[in-house]
Write a protein that binds this ligand. Sequence first.
Ligand code: NAP
Ligand code: COA
Length: 268
Amino acid sequence: MTSPFKFHDKTIFVAGGTSGINLGIAKNFAANGGNVVVMSRSQDKVDAAVETLSSYGFKSMGFSADVRDYDAVENAFSETVKAFGEIDVLVSGAAGNFPARATDMSPNAFKSVIDIDLLGSYHVLRASYPHLKKPGASVINISAPQAFVPMQLQSHVCAAKAGVDMLTRTLAMEWGAEKIRVNSIVPGPIKDTEGMARLAPTPAIIEAVKQSVPLQELGSADDIANAAMFLSSPVASYISGAILPVDGGWSLSGAGVMMDDLVKLMPK
Ligand code: NAP
Ligand code: COA
C-alpha cells in the first residue's frame, strides 16, 4: 500500500470502484493521500467502499449510478467537483462479463456488455471531461487482454474492450493539447476477483491459468493499482495513448489454455 507516489489534495474518481481490481486501485490511492470518489450500481457496495476508503484518513464519497445512465453519471461528476474540486485522476473500470458462445447469448446479452463496458466508458469519459484538471489530469481506462487476444466465449467482451482501447487512443489525441493524458491498463488474471471467478471457475482452470502465465503466477489488485499510481504520477508525464499490460506476460501467449478448458465445461 505504500508507494513512492503521493496524492495528497488530489481528487481521484474511480468508476466501478466498489469491488475487485477497481476497489484495490481506490484503496491504494487513498492509502497514499488521495481523496477518492467511487461510483457503482449497488448502494450497499458504495457505502462499504466509502467506509473502507475513509479509514485511510482522507476524504471519500460515493455515488450509486449505472454507467449506462448518462444523466446519473453526469450528476456524480458535478457533485464530486462541488465537494472535492477538479478531478486529477479518473479511472474508468466498470464492466460486466460472463462466458458464453456468441450464438448462445441473446442479442440483449451481447448488448448489455457493450452498453456497460464500451458505451459506459464513453459516458464516464464524456461526462468527466468538463471537470478534469487542465493541464495535468490522468485518465486510465481498465481494459482486458480480450481487447487484442481473441478468446472463445468472449465475443462480447473482446468487441467491447477493443473499443475501450480505441477510446483511449483517440481521446489521448483529442485531449492532448489540454495536457490530459489517457492510457489503458490491461490486467492479466487477477486473483480473488469476480472476473477470475467467472472465467476460471474451477481449481483446475486456475492452475492452468497460472501455468500459462510466463511469470507462473496470478496478479493482485495491488499490481494494477501500482501501475495506475505510476501512470498518474509526474514521472509518467510523457506517457499518453499507451496500452499497458500488467499481466505477467500472459497476453503474449494468447490465453489459450484457460479458455480451452473453460470451453470444455460449457454445455454443448
Ligand atoms: P468486479 O469486482 O465485478 O468489478 C466491477 C465493478 O464495476 C464493481 O464495482 C461493480 O459494482 C461495477 N459495475 C458493474 N456494472 C456496472 C454498471 N453498469 N454501472 C456502474 N458500475 C458497474 O470485477 P473485477 O474482476 O475486479 O473487474 C474490474 C475491471 O478489471 C473490469 O473492467 C474488468 O474488465 C477488468 N479486468 C479484470 C480481470 C480479472 O482478472 N478480474 C482481468 C482483466 C480485466 P456494482 O455491482 O455495484 O455495479
Ligand atoms: N450467459 C448468457 N446470457 C447471459 C448470461 C450468461 N451467463 N448472464 C446474463 N445473460 C443475459 C441475460 O439473460 C440477459 O439477456 P435477456 O434479456 O435476453 O434474457 C442479458 O444478459 C442481461 O442480463 P441482466 O441480468 O438483465 O443484466 P444486468 O444489466 O443486470 O447485468 C451482467 C449485467 C449480465 C453483465 C451481469 O453479469 C453483471 O452485472 N456483471 C457485473 C459484474 C461482473 O461481471 N464482474 C466481472 C467484471 S469483468
